[in-house]
Design a protein around this ligand. Structure first.
Ligand code: HEM
Length: 142
């Protein structure tokens, strides 16, 4: 009788373990499916939302079109920045507009124009200004 009891316990344990293993492997399968759905989702969103896919490389012609106060792009060291939103809050006033639609590297880096003439102090912008510039980056010049 005792031996019968023991084997009954062993068999029950095996059945419970078997069911456990089955449930575990199934739940793993389901989590893989969820992962796959999650990895597809961002791609779908980026194709649906045009603002999420800013151009990687920008041509000079594209920059030259944005030469106005209310639509102002500039090139600084081969990078393109949309500085439109910054124009009204620029501490140096409207001098920033000199860079709209063209290469503004010397204007920003040394506050001098293409002829080497000083614009304002004629000194480099501060590191704070450089940090703000980073947030306006939209792509590389082609
Ligand atoms: C590219 C054309 C630009 C020109 C010609 C220009 C010119 C000036 C001038 C004349 C001043 C007054 C202070 C001084 O004369 O030293 C000034 C100050 C300043 N500008 Fe610009 N700026 C330009 C672009 C920018 C951009 C793109 C930013 C930031 C995103 C910026 C941020 C600042 C800041 C923060 C100051 C205060 C002083 C400093 O931190 O250097 N500027 N700028």
């Amino acid at each position: 009788m005792k031996t019968q009891n023991k084997s009954l316990i062993v068999v029950s344990l095996l059945i419970v373990l078997g069911i456990g293993a089955f449930i575990f492997s199934n739940s793993n399968d389901r989590s893989v499916t969820t992962d796959q759905q999650a990895s597809i989702k961002p791609e779908d969103e980026s194709t649906e939302n045009p603002t999420a896919s800013a151009p990687q490389t920008i041509t000079l012609a594209m920059v030259e079109e944005r030469d106005k106060k209310d639509d102002c792009w500039t090139i600084i060291e081969g990078n393109v920045y949309d500085i439109t939103s910054y124009v009204p809050r620029h501490p140096g006033g409207d001098e920033i507009l000199l860079a709209c639609g063209r290469d503004g590297t010397s204007l920003f880096v040394s506050r001098t124009d293409n002829n080497g003439q000083k614009v304002g102090s004629g000194t480099p912008h501060s590191s704070g200004a450089k940090n703000q510039l980073q947030s306006l980056y939209i792509g590389k010049l082609e």
